[in-house]
Design a protein around this ligand. Structure first.
Ligand SMILES: Cc1cc2nc3c(=O)[nH]c(=O)nc-3n(C[C@H](O)[C@H](O)[C@H](O)COP(=O)(O)OP(=O)(O)OC[C@H]3O[C@@H](n4cnc5c(N)ncnc54)[C@H](O)[C@@H]3O)c2cc1C
Length: 377
């Protein structure tokens, strides 16, 4: 069947198609702005002026893939999924928060009770500790009453508050709340030396964020028997009749080839790992590999997202931000305030809400969103 969206031959009723649809739209990269991004087949991110340019990142979406995915209703959208060595962690906010003890236990939801994890927090704790040391996390224990037990301290003190945040923290403490510093894996002085920008959603091109490339991959590559192949797109896994993976089929600069090994780890991100399993269907496994349940690639959801944004009206606001805020709220009405806090709670937010036409911008807040403004004078 020809897909109505991309004109290629897929069965667009099949979930695999919905997941892998993006692959059909991998077009010419915006090479002039970011020569070595890849799609799926990622390469090292190179430094460029765009790396610290909020307009390029948020408005023009220069680091986003030239891919179109379909949401559950078949609507196209451009995913905020980055393909490069280090994956999405190159762009992450570097907040490395441990799960709480209760996160591992069965949880009762309206639709039923989850089974819980096969291990508990205590079993994982030494690995959290080791990871925090490896990723040089900056944080502070004792501030957050929900913090689970730690066997050691954070390797570095927390990133210091800016003056406005320090004042806000003091006021929150005064009314009995418990503001706490986020555990952050960023070398702040080094990050700021490259440019005075925040780091969440900005790509790490010089290793001043502790991410999967600057820490994990660098350590892995220090072993002689580790080789990194970049620019390789994993098309599918090849399995024998018993369902054991024997090789992986890849397409790289020299065309298609197969890589055989004794063991494989599939770690292409939540969506692409599922898409690869579905693409690897055989006569013996027509629903894809590891998919007897027929649940692979289904039930995706974004995390519940709560955030607080503080805008200081007397600090310089770039005109584009001011324009954007004008469209949703009256900037002038906020000017007498010393501080605006906008908190929003996106319940069940779907990435499909991203605007397909303006890849750098999110669409309207999802249903169930709550916007609250607190204006303090
Ligand atoms: C802007 C932003 C901010 C974030 N902030 C935080 C934060 O503060 N704290 C936090 O904990 N998390 C944060 N996250 C989420 C975090 O980055 C991801 O959860 C994490 O990177 C997922 O890791 P992963 O290895 O599972 O997948 P990914 O990071 O997606 O890595 C998958 C890798 O597989 C490659 N790949 C995919 N498909 C193929 C294919 N077919 N062939 C070959 N290679 C392929 C990709 O190129 C990539 O290198 C943030 C994410 C974003 C985008």
């Amino acid at each position: 069947m020809e897909c109505s969206k991309c004109r290629s031959r897929h069965d667009d009723r099949h979930p695999d198609h919905r997941l892998r649809h993006g692959g059909c739209h991998i077009g010419r990269r915006r090479a002039e702005r970011c020569a070595d991004r890849g799609s799926g087949a990622g390469d090292h991110l190179a430094d460029s002026p765009a790396a610290r340019d909020p307009q390029a990142i948020f408005r023009d979406g220069v680091f986003r893939p030239d891919e179109t995915w379909l949401d559950g209703q078949g609507e196209p959208f451009n995913p905020g999924n980055y393909y490069c060595v280090g994956g999405n962690s190159k762009f992450y906010g570097a907040a490395l928060i441990r799960f709480r003890e209760t996160d591992f236990a069965p949880v009762r939801h309206m639709g039923g009770t989850t089974s819980g994890w096969p291990f508990d927090y205590a079993e994982l704790e030494p690995w959290y500790q080791a990871a925090e040391e490896m990723y040089e996390v900056r944080g502070c224990l004792g501030e957050d009453p929900t913090e689970p037990p730690h066997s050691g301290r954070y390797p570095h003190p927390p990133v210091p508050d800016e003056p406005e945040i320090a004042a806000l923290r003091a006021r929150l403490v005064r009314i009995g709340l418990h503001p706490s510093s986020l555990p952050l894996a960023v070398d702040l002085p080094r990050w700021l030396a490259r440019g005075q920008t925040p780091w969440d959603a900005f790509p790490d091109t010089d290793g001043s964020k502790m991410d999967a490339e600057s820490v994990g991959m660098r350590r892995a590559l220090s072993f002689e028997n580790v080789t990194l192949h970049t620019g390789m797109h994993v098309d599918r896994l090849l399995a024998d009749d018993a369902g054991r993976i024997t090789a992986v089929q890849v397409t790289g600069p020299d065309g298609r080839s197969e890589i055989a090994a004794r063991s494989f780890v599939l770690a292409a991100g939540a969506v692409n790992s599922a898409a690869i399993l579905l693409r690897s269907a055989t006569d013996a496994y027509p629903n894809g590999l590891a998919n007897r349940s027929d649940q692979v690639g289904r039930n995706f959801m974004n995390h519940n997202c709560s955030a607080a944004l503080a805008i200081h009206p007397w600090r310089k606001i770039v005109p584009s931000i001011k324009r954007r805020f004008r469209s949703t709220t009256s900037m002038e009405s906020l000017m007498p305030a010393t501080c605006l806090l906008a908190t929003f709670n996106c319940l069940g937010a779907s990435p499909a809400r991203s605007s397909p036409r303006r890849p750098g911008c999110r669409g309207p807040l999802p249903d169930g969103s709550r916007i609250m403004r607190l204006i303090s004078t």
